[in-house]
Design a protein around this ligand. Structure first.
Ligand SMILES: [Zn+2]
Length: 166
Protein backbone atom coordinates (compact mmCIF):
# COMPACT_ATOMS: atom_id res chain seq x y z
CA UNK A 1 0.00 0.00 0.00
CA UNK A 2 1.24 3.44 -0.89
CA UNK A 3 0.10 6.25 1.33
CA UNK A 4 -2.18 8.62 -0.48
CA UNK A 5 -0.77 12.01 -1.20
CA UNK A 6 -3.51 14.58 -1.17
CA UNK A 7 -2.54 18.23 -1.13
CA UNK A 8 -4.22 21.58 -1.31
CA UNK A 9 -2.42 22.60 -4.48
CA UNK A 10 -2.69 26.37 -4.12
CA UNK A 11 -1.61 26.36 -0.50
CA UNK A 12 1.20 23.94 -1.37
CA UNK A 13 2.53 26.35 -4.00
CA UNK A 14 2.14 29.48 -1.88
CA UNK A 15 3.98 27.89 1.04
CA UNK A 16 6.65 26.62 -1.37
CA UNK A 17 6.34 23.12 0.00
CA UNK A 18 8.04 20.06 -1.40
CA UNK A 19 7.22 16.37 -1.11
CA UNK A 20 8.75 13.34 -2.66
CA UNK A 21 8.00 9.67 -2.78
CA UNK A 22 8.06 6.58 -4.87
CA UNK A 23 5.43 4.53 -6.60
CA UNK A 24 5.87 1.06 -7.99
CA UNK A 25 5.09 0.64 -11.67
CA UNK A 26 2.63 -2.07 -10.69
CA UNK A 27 0.61 0.55 -8.79
CA UNK A 28 0.10 2.71 -11.87
CA UNK A 29 -3.32 1.24 -12.55
CA UNK A 30 -3.82 3.02 -15.88
CA UNK A 31 -0.27 3.01 -17.23
CA UNK A 32 0.64 -0.54 -16.30
CA UNK A 33 -1.54 -2.01 -19.07
CA UNK A 34 0.92 -0.50 -21.54
CA UNK A 35 3.91 -2.12 -19.84
CA UNK A 36 5.34 -5.53 -20.57
CA UNK A 37 6.59 -5.89 -17.02
CA UNK A 38 5.42 -4.19 -13.86
CA UNK A 39 8.81 -4.38 -12.21
CA UNK A 40 10.45 -1.10 -11.34
CA UNK A 41 9.76 1.94 -9.31
CA UNK A 42 9.24 5.59 -10.09
CA UNK A 43 10.68 8.34 -7.95
CA UNK A 44 8.87 11.63 -7.93
CA UNK A 45 9.28 15.06 -6.37
CA UNK A 46 6.66 17.77 -6.32
CA UNK A 47 7.57 21.30 -5.35
CA UNK A 48 5.54 24.46 -5.11
CA UNK A 49 6.59 27.97 -5.94
CA UNK A 50 5.27 31.41 -6.71
CA UNK A 51 6.68 33.06 -9.80
CA UNK A 52 7.78 36.67 -10.11
CA UNK A 53 4.52 37.18 -11.96
CA UNK A 54 2.68 36.13 -8.79
CA UNK A 55 1.44 32.91 -10.35
CA UNK A 56 1.39 29.78 -8.22
CA UNK A 57 3.26 26.92 -9.79
CA UNK A 58 3.93 23.25 -9.26
CA UNK A 59 6.99 21.47 -10.57
CA UNK A 60 6.94 17.70 -10.87
CA UNK A 61 10.08 15.64 -11.40
CA UNK A 62 9.77 12.00 -12.32
CA UNK A 63 12.51 9.44 -12.62
CA UNK A 64 12.18 5.78 -13.43
CA UNK A 65 12.21 3.12 -16.08
CA UNK A 66 9.28 1.34 -17.68
CA UNK A 67 9.35 -1.87 -19.67
CA UNK A 68 7.19 -1.82 -22.77
CA UNK A 69 6.70 -4.31 -25.60
CA UNK A 70 8.79 -3.49 -28.68
CA UNK A 71 6.49 -2.92 -31.65
CA UNK A 72 8.80 -4.90 -33.92
CA UNK A 73 9.79 -7.98 -31.92
CA UNK A 74 7.41 -7.76 -28.91
CA UNK A 75 10.28 -8.31 -26.45
CA UNK A 76 10.62 -5.78 -23.65
CA UNK A 77 12.23 -2.47 -24.36
CA UNK A 78 13.32 -0.14 -21.53
CA UNK A 79 11.86 3.32 -21.67
CA UNK A 80 13.55 5.94 -19.52
CA UNK A 81 11.16 8.15 -17.64
CA UNK A 82 13.05 11.24 -16.75
CA UNK A 83 10.89 14.26 -16.93
CA UNK A 84 10.11 17.62 -15.51
CA UNK A 85 6.66 19.12 -15.81
CA UNK A 86 5.67 22.60 -14.75
CA UNK A 87 2.13 23.64 -14.05
CA UNK A 88 0.58 27.02 -13.48
CA UNK A 89 -2.34 26.85 -11.08
CA UNK A 90 -5.49 28.63 -12.12
CA UNK A 91 -8.70 29.15 -10.20
CA UNK A 92 -10.94 27.63 -12.86
CA UNK A 93 -10.91 26.54 -16.46
CA UNK A 94 -11.81 29.99 -17.77
CA UNK A 95 -8.35 31.16 -16.74
CA UNK A 96 -6.62 28.62 -18.97
CA UNK A 97 -5.39 30.44 -22.08
CA UNK A 98 -6.51 29.15 -25.45
CA UNK A 99 -4.14 26.86 -27.34
CA UNK A 100 -2.76 29.76 -29.38
CA UNK A 101 -1.69 31.88 -26.44
CA UNK A 102 -0.44 29.00 -24.35
CA UNK A 103 3.21 29.10 -23.39
CA UNK A 104 4.63 25.75 -24.42
CA UNK A 105 6.74 25.01 -21.38
CA UNK A 106 3.81 25.15 -18.96
CA UNK A 107 0.67 23.22 -18.48
CA UNK A 108 -2.27 24.51 -16.53
CA UNK A 109 -3.94 22.88 -13.59
CA UNK A 110 -7.12 23.99 -11.94
CA UNK A 111 -6.36 24.54 -8.26
CA UNK A 112 -7.74 21.79 -6.14
CA UNK A 113 -8.03 21.69 -2.36
CA UNK A 114 -7.71 17.90 -2.53
CA UNK A 115 -5.35 17.18 -5.37
CA UNK A 116 -4.17 13.60 -5.72
CA UNK A 117 -0.44 13.84 -6.37
CA UNK A 118 -0.11 10.23 -7.47
CA UNK A 119 -2.81 10.72 -10.10
CA UNK A 120 -0.79 13.63 -11.47
CA UNK A 121 2.35 11.47 -11.48
CA UNK A 122 0.50 8.79 -13.41
CA UNK A 123 -0.96 11.31 -15.87
CA UNK A 124 2.54 12.52 -16.68
CA UNK A 125 3.86 8.97 -17.04
CA UNK A 126 1.01 8.18 -19.44
CA UNK A 127 1.81 11.26 -21.51
CA UNK A 128 5.47 10.31 -21.68
CA UNK A 129 5.20 6.64 -22.59
CA UNK A 130 5.84 6.33 -26.33
CA UNK A 131 2.93 5.31 -28.53
CA UNK A 132 5.00 2.76 -30.44
CA UNK A 133 8.15 1.85 -28.48
CA UNK A 134 10.88 0.06 -30.40
CA UNK A 135 14.37 -1.21 -29.75
CA UNK A 136 17.09 0.51 -31.67
CA UNK A 137 17.82 -1.45 -34.85
CA UNK A 138 21.00 -2.98 -33.36
CA UNK A 139 19.20 -4.21 -30.24
CA UNK A 140 16.07 -5.54 -31.87
CA UNK A 141 15.81 -9.23 -32.57
CA UNK A 142 13.95 -8.48 -35.79
CA UNK A 143 15.97 -6.52 -38.28
CA UNK A 144 13.99 -3.70 -39.82
CA UNK A 145 14.90 -4.67 -43.41
CA UNK A 146 12.80 -7.79 -43.04
CA UNK A 147 9.69 -5.75 -42.41
CA UNK A 148 10.15 -2.82 -44.72
CA UNK A 149 8.23 -3.21 -47.94
CA UNK A 150 9.98 -2.30 -51.11
CA UNK A 151 8.11 0.91 -51.81
CA UNK A 152 9.12 2.51 -55.08
CA UNK A 153 11.33 5.52 -54.62
CA UNK A 154 9.30 8.53 -55.81
CA UNK A 155 12.45 10.26 -56.96
CA UNK A 156 13.30 7.38 -59.24
CA UNK A 157 10.13 8.07 -61.21
CA UNK A 158 11.03 11.75 -61.38
CA UNK A 159 14.45 10.84 -62.74
CA UNK A 160 12.90 8.73 -65.47
CA UNK A 161 10.58 11.57 -66.38
CA UNK A 162 13.49 13.96 -66.81
CA UNK A 163 15.27 11.48 -69.02
CA UNK A 164 12.20 11.20 -71.25
CA UNK A 165 11.96 14.97 -71.60
CA UNK A 166 15.44 15.24 -73.01
ZN1 LIG B 1 12.58 -5.19 -30.72
Amino acid sequence: MTAQHIINSLEFARKKLEIHGTIENSQLLRARDLMSSHAGIIEWTLSGSVGLDGKSKLTLLIKGVAQMPCQRCLDSVSVDLNLKSEFILVRDESEIPSEDDEVDEYDYLVADAEMDVLALVEDEVLLTLPYAPKHSVEDCSIKSEQLETKAPNPFAALRDFKVVKK
